[in-house]
Write a protein that binds this ligand. Structure first.
Ligand code: HEM
Length: 138
C-alpha cells in the first residue's frame, strides 16, 4: 500500500542534529543520514556540520557522483513542509539564476559591441572623408 510521504518542517528536522539521529534537507527532501555517517567517504564531520539543516549547497558543491545520489535516495524519509519565515530554498533551482545572470551579461556585452562597432564605422567614415579631401586638394 502506497503511503503519502511524511512531511517535516524545518523545526522537525532541526531536532535531528546529532550523530545518533541525523537528518538533513537536500532539494526540499528529508534524508536520514544516521546509518550512513560512518560510511560517508567525505567523513562524518561534514555531515554532522549540516545535521538538522539544509545541506543542498554543501552536497551539490562537492559534485557528488550518481552513485552518491542513489545512496541518498535510500536514505529518504520524507518531504520538507515549508512554512512562512523558513529560510529560502538553497540552490534548489541551480540553473535559474546563473542563466539569468549570463543572459543579462550577454546583453551588456552586445550593447558594448554595438557601441564599439558604431565607433569603428564612424572612425572609418571620417578617415575616408579626410582622404577624399586630401585627394581633391592635391
Ligand atoms: C546524506 C548525504 C550524502 C551522501 C549520501 C553522500 C555520499 C557520498 C559518496 C558516495 C561519496 C564518494 C564520492 C562520490 O561518489 O561522489 C562522497 C564523497 C564526499 N562527500 Fe558526500 N555525501 C552526502 C553528503 C555530503 C555533504 C552534506 C557534504 C558536505 C560538504 C559531503 C562532502 C563530501 C566530500 C568532501 C566528499 C569527497 C571525499 C573524497 O573524495 O575524499 N557529502 N559522499
Amino acid at each position: 500500500m502506497a503511503t503519502a510521504p511524511k512531511e517535516f518542517t524545518y523545526q522537525d528536522v532541526a531536532e535531528h542534529n546529532t550523530k545518533k539521529d541525523l537528518y538533513m534537507v537536500i532539494h526540499d527532501k528529508i534524508y536520514d543520514a544516521t546509518k550512513f555517517v560512518d560510511e560517508h567517504p567525505g567523513g562524518e564531520e561534514v555531515l554532522l556540520d549540516v545535521g538538522g539543516q539544509d545541506a543542498t549547497e554543501a552536497f551539490e558543491d562537492v559534485g557528488h557522483s550518481d552513485e552518491a545520489r542513489e545512496t541518498l535516495e535510500q536514505l529518504l524519509v520524507g518531504d520538507l513542509k515549508r512554512q512562512p519565515g523558513d529560510p529560502n530554498p538553497k540552490a534548489s533551482q541551480p540553473s535559474l539564476s546563473p542563466t539569468a545572470n549570463t543572459s543579462s551579461a550577454g546583453l551588456g556585452t552586445a550593447a558594448y559591441a554595438v557601441v564599439f562597432i558604431g565607433g569603428l564605422v564612424a572612425f572609418g567614415a571620417y578617415q575616408y572623408l579626410q582622404q577624399q579631401q586630401q585627394a581633391t586638394k592635391a
